[in-house]
Design a protein. Sequence first.
Length: 674
Amino acid sequence: MDLSSLNPPQRRAVTTTEGPLLVLAGAGSGKTRVITHRIAWLLDQGVSARAILAVTFTNKAAAEMKERVVRLVGQGAQALTVCTFHAFGAEVLRQHAHRLGWPRKFAIADMSDQISLVQRALRERSVDGKSDFDPRRILTAISRAKNAGRAPTPEGDAPSDTELAAAEVFPLYQRALKAQGAVDFDDLLLLPLRLFREHPEVLGSHVRRFRYLLVDEFQDTNGAQLELVRQLAAERRNICAVGDDDQCIYGWRGAEVRNILRFEQAFPGATEVRLEQNYRSVPAVLAAAHGVVSQLPERRPKKLWTATVGGAKVQLVVVPGEDDEATLVAKGIEQRLARGARPEDIAVLYRTNGQSRPFEEAFRARGIRYEVVGGSEFFDRREVRDVLAYLKLLANPADEVSLLRIVNVPARGIGDVTVEHLVAHARARGLTLADVLASPASVPELTPGAARAAGEFSGLIHRTRARMRTEPLSAVTRGLLHEIGFEAAARASTTSATAVDRRLRGVEGILASLEQFERREGPRSDLRSYLNRLSLDTREEEDGPSPARITLLTLHGAKGLEFKTVFLVGMEEGFLPHGGMQGEPQNLEEERRLCYVGLTRARDELILTRAATRLRRGREVPRTPSRFLADIPEAVLEVTDTTAPPPGPPTDAEQGFFRSLKARLQGGTRPPSA
């Protein structure tokens, strides 16, 4: 196999196949090329494609990785297992979940389902009326605990209300998940670990099959993911971890930077290869980025360099306020577009989504086409969630969260009072809500009209479920939505034609997604598989930029992307570094790495901006420059301060010069021409 296109460290990373290997791949150092060539090298050495497992963090990255290997070695690479950690866990559970008491066809709860289950648990514990109990924060506490391999427990002498609430509702939350035959996202990692622990033969079958493991973005692994890899690699120890501790920016999502900093503790005798040659950025960008990240108290020593010579300095522009900042960026983009720049080559990066507003307004005022990446989630739209709830109920009769969401959507005479009577009757007799809906006459509190509506709804679900066993999923779903008058109800709920179109486009998006799934899977296209795939996709994927538009996105969303020109805005204390999210303490080390990620997105031009003041609660508040600016070497930084005061009155010397000049001009003697 020809490896001549690789530099020496890249070749070493590709050909060191036996034993644990840590590849420290700096930003823009050709990481993907190394990963795909390494897999191709293994195949070229006679390793079976079925014996290789490569895991990463998004389905998009996994698909691209496999596609590139296929281009290198041919269709024989199709037998590779290239997937996300969670997809791997889902496949293990698909085969073996019944050993732990879950159904073979389990459901994967999405964020909306999880929030509903937490809210229900809070009501059962009579604590839902307290404003401090945000279900999302409770879920975050539960997730962190689960990924640490324990139940959530209050810590310290003064635990937070969130910690107390998480500990209180966790048993109810887990019980409700299992009662519905469902798992949450974290269970896709924890339950396979439990399977491996309680059923060694399951672990043994995977260890025997996967002789070579490769983990991309290793710095983003959490404790459970590290343990999965350790279990799978325990016998042969052929584990290759590729990552960059300088780009560990997902601590709030459970990533543990110590996994890569202490790799040798988990895998003794590991070899280390550093990829430090950068193929992306001009020297000034690399110098600025190194200046920031080298201040970390603990990191793997490395310094990016480039063979590129020259290039622009990093620009820092100080403006009076946030509107001036937005105007500056908009004008700068207009100038570049006028010179022939492509919109998709320009990005505006910021720390939090809330910073995008002034830039959006400035772009709209100038007719600049743009897209806010990650700003509005398709699957958070109400109509989309309603359609998905119907599909979930059809796939899983035990899914009471979905049932309660759509039992009166569109309105069919099953109001809140009726639902309360149905739920109370079911709980008192140990029945499922679906059972009670099927025989509403057994609920004495229901009016005849309410009982009739409940029975009709139950009949609708049963008829549709039966049709789905023999007819295409998309066709049955279209028929169901037509039968219940979903489109008419959406149109009647608002007088805004734009809002109606947006809602119906969302529904069409689901139907198109179903049709695509059917074409791809053919006879294997069952509804539960579709929903589980959808849940994995929406939890793991990040939106990407669109062509012919300026991209606005957060620093977290920018990881893995690159642009010719980057405007990194809001370089101020409180923004970058951020003061702490949702009550969490400030994490300065992660903020520093986040700044590094933002700086290294730029190929040719990097423009940093900061405002001297910002409007807060109706008054202008002075802003402090980001501490990270002081770490950028002066030699690569060009500063423009538009807040500098105008020139003062002329000095005595200047006044004397002008008097002399005026006298000469009045006397007819002109100064010599230049």
